[in-house]
Design a protein around this ligand. Structure first.
Ligand SMILES: Cc1cc2nc3c(=O)[nH]c(=O)nc-3n(C[C@H](O)[C@H](O)[C@H](O)COP(=O)(O)O)c2cc1C
Length: 371
């Protein structure tokens, strides 16, 4: 990847960071490179105390070289302590570091370490030239990590399941279907309050969803504050007006016509609860590394399905709302930029005499095949 694969971006905190265009990912996106490295590496891990106590070489594993913000913050924090430090990174490229060196004045944190960074880049490039392919290096590093995984599996008995005859099982499945078939998306809400505990219980159901590698890549913000709901309505209606008047292709408008929806969203204020659902494509570990969440969107979709079912089963109604784009939710609800707003679930009681579009569901033969 050439240097054109990166750009300098200004974060909400006002400081600059590096963004990988290929990965569509900003390094240290929350509070910025140095502040994040100081908080997560230096303070949270009590680095200075630990380096002081260490008698031999102090090794920081998997520092994640990137554009060297973590590495240089560690070196800077410990520069007055007489010690020997080794930083080990499994990154496969020094391209972000080369880019950072070219943009030193905008980033600031490389000051005083330029020569060391150049030496590191030169050493890595030399290894490439010597056909000591870095990919092989990564493979070795990964293989090593595979041989010695940190976590060990721990098994417990499956929670006892009641045993049923096939007839009983079928009757249960039919009952559940009959109940779920009555679920409808409702757009006319009553202002009748719903106890918080009920919402919490439905959220527990959502949080029980199967998910990629049990990383549980979701966050639910339950909003009942009238002022906040009003702000959400204003922002959503702004996007929706833009959508209905300019952005929506005719085909989409045609599909929506049957539902009678428009840019007017009074339910966002009337319904007692809005749950903003966020997907987390990754999380930031205490040591500053990013942990990728596998199948984040699929997992959040399943959790949302369970939430919709739980709300319905409790006797309430919901509306799956997706004003597009939904970035305003991060801002209004204080969620980090790397969390993706997935959808806004409106929950409450239906208004008296609420009506729903007369739509048909596809029959089983059309949605399934048995082989
Ligand atoms: C991902 C998704 C996004 C949706 N977005 C909206 C929306 O923004 N506004 C709306 O009124 N309905 C929205 N809906 C509701 C659908 O229109 C509704 O589920 C569909 O018409 C079927 O009707 P039913 O839920 O009553 O069976 C959405 C549903 C899903 C699953």
């Amino acid at each position: 990847m050439s240097n054109a694969g990166y750009q300098i971006v200004q974060l909400a905190s006002g400081v600059n960071s590096v963004r990988s265009l290929a990965e569509k990912e900003t390094f240290h996106p929350v509070i910025g490179p140095v502040a994040e490295a100081e908080a997560l590496y230096v303070k949270q891990l009590h680095l200075i105390e630990r380096v002081r106590q260490q008698t031999g070489k102090f090794i920081v594993w998997d520092v994640g070289l990137g554009a060297a913000a973590n590495a240089l913050t560690v070196l800077r924090a410990t520069r007055r302590i007489p010690c020997s430090i080794r930083l080990v990174s499994f990154d496969h490229t020094v391209e972000p570091l080369i880019f950072a060196l070219h943009h030193q004045s905008e980033l600031g944190y490389l000051d005083g370490y330029e020569e060391r960074c150049r030496q590191l880049i030169e050493n890595v490039n030399k290894r490439h030239r010597d056909n000591f392919a870095s990919r092989a290096g990564i493979a070795i590093a990964r293989a090593r990590r595979r041989i010695a995984p940190v976590s060990k599996p721990n098994f417990v008995p499956l929670p006892a399941l009641q045993s049923f005859t096939d007839e009983e099982l079928l009757a249960r499945a039919k009952n559940f279907y009959a109940d779920m078939a009555r679920r409808r998306t409702v757009r006319d809400f009553s202002a009748r309050p719903v106890p918080r505990e009920l919402i919490e219980t439905c959220l527990r159901t959502a949080g029980s969803a199967p998910n990629g590698a049990n990383l549980q890549p979701w966050h639910f913000v339950a909003v009942s504050d009238p002022a906040l709901k009003r702000e959400i309505r204003i922002a959503a209606e702004t996007e929706e007006r833009e959508f209905y008047e300019h952005r929506a292709p005719n085909e989409w408008l045609e599909a929506l016509a049957k539902l009678g929806t428009d840019a007017h969203k009074p339910f966002l204020e009337i319904a007692p609860w809005l749950i903003a659902i966020f997907a987390q494509p990754y999380r930031i570990l205490p040591d500053g590394r990013k942990l990728k969440h596998y199948y984040a969107i699929e997992s959040v979709g399943i959790a949302t399905g369970l939430l919709v079912a739980a709300v319905h089963q409790a006797g309430l109604v919901s509306l799956t709302h997706t004003p597009s784009p939904m970035g305003f939710l991060n801002k209004l609800l204080g969620r980090p930029a790397y969390e993706k707003p997935f959808l806004l679930l409106v929950i409450g009681h239906p208004a008296e005499g609420a009506r729903v579009p007369d739509i048909r569901r596809k029959p089983l033969e059309e949605i399934s095949s048995f082989v």
